[in-house]
Design a binder for this molecule. Structure first.
Ligand SMILES: Cc1cc2nc3c(=O)[nH]c(=O)nc-3n(C[C@H](O)[C@H](O)[C@H](O)COP(=O)(O)OP(=O)(O)OC[C@H]3O[C@@H](n4cnc5c(N)ncnc54)[C@H](O)[C@@H]3O)c2cc1C
Length: 458
């Protein structure tokens, strides 16, 4: 097949087209995870929905594979592909907050930080993730967990509407009364169904929160984990403490004597009335061994969301694996302690993010998200700046995951999957998988959108 020149596409768009001949190409093709090294035929930086349509039509007519990029944070590097066309949405950053009805309309190039910044000016927040540089688009389409999850649900539980450009270049709106099947699938089914060009979210009155990390020495980790599993189900839903096994970063502002020390941490956010915060976290401060660092205090919500940004810049090596977890048995804790002690780098970590509370209030088949009965979404991440460590980071994450996997529900938050094969994708969606396949067949019968955790139409 004779392919059209990219210059033809360039003439049809308001954004920019980057090819291997462009000076920007080497930077533009990189995604957040530096382990990913792919060379697309071109990258289209779309300025608007018309550009998205033009790019999709060009790709389809000229038989290019497309990768969709929001924030570029996907661990498996799904925001870029070899030889195909990257539809890069990072210029599409419009946000409109409607404070009267507490909604936020967001374009797909926004990061989590963009959404927090815009909403905070109105004393509002949209429940999403915990690192401000993450793209809101990819995060939302996978589900979205963070500090407000226990109280207000997953990000998809707060999604009211999405505008979508479909595989054939047509446009559809998905919400509770239009294209309900598409709207259902978008809430957890990832980038399988089209390019989302606008999201409308429900926002909540969250402004100053009482939040931050508390660290314990690793000798106290077992006690903290045992206590945490009992505490969480009774904790007020405004309090969201996630558990971490990691090391103290060897950098300011951490006290020098703690640098590099292995720790167990609870990183928490209390989003209820400030005057009740200290009471809510009293058990953490009173019932556990003395921590080596306690930095919980009042802060603006966007400040909490940006807390990890300096530690996790773009360009690090990442390999992660996830699972959903219902219970944390003593045997599971033993495995966690054994494997976290062997972490191959200071940044490597294990996190357990609570997904109880409001997440359990939504039925298992109401959205595509398959694990409404889990207590935590677990991630084990091997992370370091040194490319020479890529093998060790990967081997550790895989080994750790294999050791704890028998104590989990299986599946995994789709946004914590690497390239792990169709069985893992099926396990992630459980009984919702067949309905996702049917929806894929209707909206993308030729599997045009396949650079994702792919749901095949057949
Ligand atoms: C440091 C870090 C912290 C994280 N923290 C959290 C967290 O707290 N909570 C959480 O839930 N997740 C978290 N994640 C995981 C995150 O949700 C995923 O990495 C997600 O894929 C990032 O979205 P993105 O838009 O940046 O990704 P991209 O790499 O740009 O896109 C990933 C994929 O999403 C799909 N996609 C993106 N945009 C669109 C669109 N507009 N239309 C259709 N499909 C699209 C495509 O399939 C694309 O290939 C974190 C990731 C990192 C690296």
């Amino acid at each position: 097949m004779q392919k059209e020149q990219f210059s033809n596409l360039s003439e049809r768009i308001r954004g920019s087209l980057i090819t291997p001949a462009s000076g920007e190409y080497e930077v533009a093709r990189r995604v957040y995870n530096e382990m990913i090294d792919r060379r697309p035929a071109a990258i289209v930086r779309c300025a608007d929905v018309a550009d998205v349509k033009a790019a999709l039509n060009f790709a389809r007519q000229n038989d290019y594979t497309v990768a969709i990029r929001g924030g570029g944070h996907n661990g498996a590097g799904l925001g870029v592909c070899d030889q195909g066309l990257v539809i890069d949405l990072s210029l599409m950053k419009g946000i409109r907050v409607d404070p009267a009805i507490r909604t936020v309309r967001v374009e797909p190039g926004c990061t989590q930080g963009d959404v927090d910044h815009a909403s905070h000016a109105f004393g509002l927040a949209v429940p999403a993730g915990i690192v401000s540089t993450t793209g809101i688009a990819g995060l939302t389409l996978g589900g979205g967990t963070g500090y407000l999850t226990r109280k207000y649900g997953l990000t998809i539980d707060n999604l009211i509407e999405a505008d979508v450009v479909l595989a054939d270049g047509s446009f559809a709106i998905g919400n509770a009364s239009q294209n309900e099947d598409l709207f259902w699938a978008l809430r957890g089914g990832g980038g399988n169904f089209g390019v989302v060009t606008s999201f409308v979210f429900r926002a909540h009155p969250v402004s100053t929160v009482y939040a931050g990390p508390i660290f314990w020495e690793v000798k106290d980790a077992r006690r903290v984990m045992q206590w945490y599993r009992e505490f969480l189900p009774q904790a007020p839903l405004e309090l969201c403490p996630f558990l971490a096994l990691k090391s103290v970063p060897s950098t300011n502002p951490f006290p020098k004597e703690l640098w590099g020390k292995k720790i167990c941490a609870l990183i928490s956010c209390y989003s209820g009335p400030l005057e009740r915060a200290e009471e809510a976290i009293k058990p953490i401060r009173q019932e556990l061994p003395r921590p080596i660092l306690d930095w919980m205090g009042p802060m603006p919500f966007p400040a909490l969301q940006g807390l990890f940004d300096p530690l996790l810049p773009k360009g690090l090596q990442w390999y992660w694996k996830g699972d959903f977890v219902r219970e944390l048995s003593d045997k599971a804790i033993d495995s966690h302690l054994e494997w976290s002690a062997k972490a191959p780098s200071e940044l490597s970590l294990m996190h357990l993010y609570p997904i109880d509370g409001a997440v359990h209030g939504v039925g298992r088949s109401e959205t595509a998200w398959g694990f409404r009965d889990a207590t935590w979404s677990m991630v084990i991440a091997g992370i370091d700046a040194d490319p020479a460590k890529a093998g060790a980071l990967t081997a550790w994450a895989k080994g750790y995951w294999e050791a704890v996997h028998p104590y989990t529900l299986g599946g995994a938050y789709v946004n914590f999957l690497m390239d792990e094969g169709v069985d893992r994708i099926k396990a992630t969606y459980r009984n919702n998988y067949n309905r996702l396949t049917e929806t894929k067949r209707k909206y993308d019968p030729h599997n045009f959108f396949r650079i994702n955790q792919n749901i095949k139409p057949d």
